[in-house]
Design a protein around this ligand. Structure first.
Ligand code: NDP
Length: 278
């Protein structure tokens, strides 16, 4: 599995699974844990979650799936709710996440989006958690360039990642956010990489490239993101077939002609666009 380097020197797998809108129904807990187990068996090594997902329910079934697995082979990402992201609240929220996941440490802990808490307090809590060994790296999510610049003054240049909505149909981040992240060597984690199964997967250009490769539209849009060495994808599926299908994107290597065709259908932004948020 290709990995992406964080400013700390740690490495994160370029492909992971998302878990939003899972963990919401306790009766599905076993099936959802089975999806994570399947992904791990396929070779997937990154799991993205948040205290928000299923109100902690996603972390619970991930904890089930991690039972009996080697913790050091799995890269775990979770996120703190903005309303918990105070000096003390961040530490307590992280401890609750660790308990639900039944692990000692998260590899990456993100501020889910900017809310009312002072960024300086969140940054201080992240440093405390890191110094205590409870998280490996910390970072942010849904931070556009202004927030990123402000955050950059607080984080002593150690931000592990910025997780934002980014896919072929939503390329706004490329205008000035991605260049800023690249200058600071901060990986971009692309959430909603399938654009939440929107019209993107039915678009003629995506379908035509898919056909040429004997691949599916979902595999093509993931492969397009995976061409970029500092982008991490975290598609979500609650089904076994699609979990396999999405993983198969790693075997789809797009040509320059494919990339050109997709570029014509989904041109890069020519001016600043506010970051999309789901
Ligand atoms: P995705 O772009 O991953 O799309 C998920 C949707 O696509 C689901 O409805 C899923 O349905 C469907 N799907 C999955 N695979 C396929 C396929 N091969 N073909 C057709 N449809 C498919 O959207 P998400 O918004 O879930 O983003 C991914 C992850 O990113 C989240 O789960 C979460 O971990 C993270 N995220 C982070 C956010 C943040 O603020 N930091 C915000 C949003 C997401 P089904 O499950 O039925 O297969």
């Amino acid at each position: 599995m290709r990995t992406v380097e964080l400013p700390s020197g740690a490495r994160m797998p370029a492909y992971g699974i998302g878990t939003w809108r899972m963990g919401e129904n306790p009766r599905r807990r076993k099936d959802e844990a089975d999806i994570v187990r399947l992904a791990l068996d396929l070779g997937c090594r990154l799991i993205d979650t948040a205290e928000m997902y299923g109100n902690g329910g996603a972390e619970l079934f991930i904890g089930d799936a991690l039972e009996g697995r080697r913790r050091d082979e799995i890269y775990l990402v979770s996120k703190v709710y903005p309303h918990n992201a105070t000096r003390r609240g961040t530490v307590e929220a992280c401890e609750r996440s660790l308990k639900r996941l039944r692990v000692e440490r998260l590899d990456l802990y993100l501020l889910h989006w900017r809310g009312g808490a002072a960024l300086a307090e969140t940054a201080e809590a992240f440093h405390r958690l890191r110094d205590a060994g409870k998280i490996g790296d910390f970072g942010v999510s849904n931070f556009d360039t202004d927030d990123m610049t402000e955050w950059g003054r607080l984080d002593r240049d150690l931000t592990g990642a910025n997780q934002v909505m980014y896919n072929l149909a939503r390329r706004g981040a490329e205008f000035d956010l991605q260049p800023l992240l690249r200058r600071r060597r901060i990986p971009l984690m692309a959430y909603s990489p399938l654009d939440q199964a929107s019209g993107l997967l039915r678009h003629a250009a995506v379908r035509s490239v898919a056909q040429r490769h004997g691949a599916t539209p979902a595999q093509v849009v993931l492969a397009w993101l995976l061409r970029q060495p500092d982008v991490v994808v975290i598609p979500k599926s609650s089904g076994t077939e699609r979990t396999r299908e999405n993983w198969g994107a790693l075997n789809v290597v797009l040509t320059q002609a494919d990339a050109d065709e997709l570029e014509r259908a989904f041109p890069a932004p020519r001016r600043k666009q506010a970051l999309d948020m789901s």
